[in-house]
Every structure is written in C-alpha cells, then in structure tokens.
Design a protein around this ligand. Sequence first.
Ligand code: ADP
Length: 462
Amino acid sequence: MFHPSSLRTRMMLLFCLVVGVLLAGSDLIFYAILVREVHSQLDRQILETANPVVADLASDPTEQDVNQLDLPGNYFELLDASGRVLQQSRNLRSHPLAIAGPLPRRQPRFRTLQDSRYGRLRLALAPFERGGELQILALAVPTRAADQSLARFRSVIFWVLPLSLLVMAVISSAYVGRSLKPITELTEHAAQMTERIAQSPAESFWKPLAVHAPGDELGRLAETFNQLFSQVDAAIRQLRQFVTDSSHELRTPLSVLQGEAELMLSRPRQPEEYQEALRTIDEELKKLHRILEGLFTLSMADAGQLRLDLKPLYLNEVLEEACAVMRSRAEAKQIAIERQLDKDMNYRGDEAFLRQLFLIFLDNAVKYSPPQTRVRVSLEKNNGSIRVTFRDQGIGISPEHLPHIFERFYRAARGNGNEAQSGGLGLAIAQAIARAHGGSVECASEPGQGSSFTVILPGCAY
Ligand code: ADP
C-alpha cells in the first residue's frame, strides 16, 4: 500500500514536505520576531531602571549613590570616558563587570555579556554629562527569565512541528488514498477486461465502471472510460460478427459451387445437365462477386478511402438510368415504377456510385413488394438539401428490425430468391455511399403497407 514509488506515497511526501517547509519557515520567522521583542522589552526595562539613577548622578556631580545601590539582579557601574570604574553597586564589589570594547558617547547602547559568575547578562551603557565630563552608567541585568521564555517556545516548536507533520501525513495519506480510489478501480477494471478479452473472446468484455462523483475530474475520466470501452466493445463485437457473417455468406455459394462441381464429376452427364450446372455455377459466382465487391466498398468506406470521382451531373438523369435498368425485373413482377423526375436537378457527385446507390433501393423495393404494386421515385430540393425518395407498397419492415437494417448482413426478410441478392450488404453500402457524398439515408416503414427510403444529399456541398 505504501510503496515508495506509488503516487499516493509521493503525493503524501510532497504534502508533508511543503507543509514542513512552510511550518518551519513560519516558526523561524515567528521565533526571530519573539527574540527581538523579548530583547527590546528587556532593554526598555533596563533603561527605565537606569534613567532615574542617571538623572540623579547628573544633577549632583559629587554624589556617590551608585556605591550604595544593592538591588537584586541589577548590577550598576559608573565609568569615565576611558572605561575606568568610578563607582559600582554593592553586589559587584567582589566581582566587577568585564566591560570591554568602545563606549558610547551620545546614545545608550546595549550588549549581551557572558559572565562566569552572573551568567548571561544584558548590559545597557548610558552616556551622560556630569560636571562637564562624559561619564557612562552601566546597568546589567541577568537574561535568565527571558532566556527561559524563549527556551519554552523552542521546546513547543520542537514538539508541535513533527506532530503537525505526522497529522498531515495521516490526513494526506487518507485523502490522497480516497481521491485515487477511482484510479485504482479503473486500473483493476482495465486489468479484468484484458483478462476477459483473452479468456472468452466471443463474449462482451466490457462491464461499466462505477462512477462515484460524476462532477469531478476522476468522475469524468470514469465516464469517458465507460464511453470509450463501450464503443470499443461494440466495435470489436461488430467486427467479430462481421467476420463470422462474411465467412458464412461466402461459404454458402462456395458450397453450392463445390456441390455442383462434384455432382457433375461423379459420372458422365448429358450436355443439358452440364449447361444447367454451369448456369448455377455462374449465378453463384456472380453472387460471390457481388458480396466481395460489397465488402471491398465497405472496407474502403470504413477506411475513409472511398475515392469519389466527383463531376457535375443531373441527378434526375442518373435516376432515370437506374429505373431503366430495373424496368425488366419490375415488369416481370408487374410492378410499376412511377417517376416524378421531370425537373432537372444538377449536382456534383460520383455518377457510378450514385447509380449503385439508387439501384440498391429500387432493387429492394421490387424485391420486397408483391406483384402488381407500385414503386414511386421522387426527387425534390428542400431547404437546400436534395431528397430522393423510393416509396413502395411492399411487405414493410417491423419496428424491431428497423433500427438494424443498415447493419452489415442484417436481414429482416428475404425476397423470393430470384433477385440480385446483395447478401444483406445493400443498405450498408447505400449508407456508406450517401455518407461519402456528405449525405444520409432515412427509412420509414409500416409492415404490410410499404416502406419509404429517402436519400438526403447536401445541395451545395460540392
Ligand atoms: P438484402 O436485401 O440483400 O437482404 P439489404 O441490406 O439491402 O440486404 O437490406 C437489409 C434488409 O432490410 C433486408 O433483408 C430486408 O429485410 C430489409 N429491407 C430493405 N429494403 C426493404 C424494402 N424496400 N421493403 C422491405 N424490407 C426491406
């Protein structure tokens, strides 16, 4: 848990370091201010004691008062300008103060002395005029009380600082641990998913991750993670399904081809039998070819490589051509293709792909409609976009199938088998072509009533 290289430990150490440096810095500043305050307080006190004595001495040059003084903890000496002791309080008789160095001439000066007998002393040197000559009153007081106060403060800091750091370490560790919990969960979750992918490739590997605090950064990370992996999961499943479906779709015509070939080779046959077999083989080969072409178009579209040969054209003409191609198949089922294509509609697009797109809808409309019905094809410009609609009176698509019909190999129903089968790829290809032109496809359908597919193309995109 407390691995030295873990983010939690590093963040905890960083917090403690920052707080430690700030606390130590502020304690030091506070201590320095306190030392100054204590010393200036002491200096003021000393001056307050010295001033009356100085005033007394200055007023009477013959006065020998200092020699009489014996205040506990107050050591007086009267010096001349050269530092010679003129008078001293009684408590200094046996051991005078050792005052060295230059003496002040105008303003009082303060020093700290270390005396072998009296300990640490704070010394004030107050110069004054006495009978026309400069004299200096020296007053020293022990600093013991002030030193003790400062020592108490130091010991408080000595305990409080490490204690604060300890409390900081505990709080930051708990807080960082709690904050990083979603990341730990995310890591474990990702590890489980990796395991699931390897163990059961057929199943969905994704399980949503719990989002604890949806508003914060980690909550958003978990949400993004969920979205990302649900999409990756869907894409992987789609890909697997696609591979399974494609191999299944390709296997059927291949088995037919193989069966026919084996049957013909099993014994000598009549020429008509060979012809019949070759027709079947030709049909199956065409089917295979269509599926492979479709798969190729889709894979190019997926890779964004559907190369469109964009040229100015008239959409109504391309539609007319597609209807003409479908005419014989529609007539065979007595289906009338009604066209409302009288207006010229110029457009810039890939003619071959657009024809393929329209043929897919016409083919489906004929395929999924009973005989003696109508298929209506209309072309109109609406709010700057072009709408090409194919409306049939066919079997329709039930609501549960409708959301899936554009998926690859998805089939809600089959035609009667004589039509050009796209192998369930038709609408997927149609959607890819429409999207490559910057458009889309919409479908509305009612079972038993008919379907309507609308290709919406941007009117002025090219
Ligand atoms: P295919 O027609 O080869 O099965 P498509 O991708 O063209 O593949 O169509 C997918 C499915 O959508 C079809 O299997 C069919 O169930 C449904 N479908 C498409 N067009 C129509 C239509 N005009 N009427 C009814 N169902 C349709």
